[in-house]
Design a protein around this ligand. Structure first.
Ligand code: HEM
Length: 159
């Protein structure tokens, strides 16, 4: 992979997003397989990585470590900017969604003696499944878009 002018913070952010995307897929598979002990561990790790990513992102904004699109002007206007806008809106919605849904989940969870979480409240169980599925879909799309943006900025050779 040829990286063109990517700062170490950009590469770090990319690695965190890629790992987090992978963890969310694994966490979802664990939930579907009813392995809630590992589901919890993997989702909690993905959330931790998300927080780390936000720190790297804010640092980049504060230090002006941002890159403008290096490709042709028409691709920039008709594809890159709309794509970036959808990504940013979705990412903000995901952050808001996750940071309201997860504290509630943690508050409601009880633990079995072997360390697997469960919810006593039947209604909350349904709600977590529903909200968790929405979070999973939005998270996956928004992070996958972030990875495509990284490729457009640093990997694709536009010349
Ligand atoms: C971090 C704290 C979390 C805990 C303690 C937790 C725990 C659980 C538990 C106990 C269930 C089973 C519910 C049932 O009895 O039906 C479950 C299901 C589920 N969780 Fe989580 N979860 C967490 C985070 C997440 C996150 C962040 C997501 C999404 C990104 C998520 C997505 C799901 C989904 C989609 C299901 C339903 C799977 C299915 O349809 O079989 N969870 N979770």
């Amino acid at each position: 992979m040829v990286l063109q002018k990517a700062s170490w913070l950009a590469v770090l952010g990319f690695s965190i997003v890629a790992t987090s995307l992978l963890l969310v897929q694994i966490g979802f598979i664990f939930a579907r397989k009813k392995n809630y002990k590992n589901h919890y561990k993997v989702m909690a790790s993905a959330l931790l990585l998300n927080t780390l990513f936000l720190i790297t992102y804010v640092t980049r904004v504060l230090t002006n470590d941002e890159t403008s699109f290096p490709g042709p002007e028409n691709v920039k206007i008709y594809f890159y900017y709309p794509f970036l806008l959808v990504h940013i809106i979705l990412a903000l919605v995901v952050i808001g969604w996750i940071f309201t849904f997860v504290p509630q989940t943690i508050k409601q969870k009880r633990m079995t003696s072997d360390g697997a979480p469960y919810f006593e409240d039947k209604e909350f169980r349904k709600l977590h499944r529903k909200r968790g599925f929405i979070a999973y879909i939005m998270w996956t799309i928004s992070f996958a878009m972030g990875i495509i943006i990284f490729f457009m900025l640093y990997v694709i050779n536009w010349s």
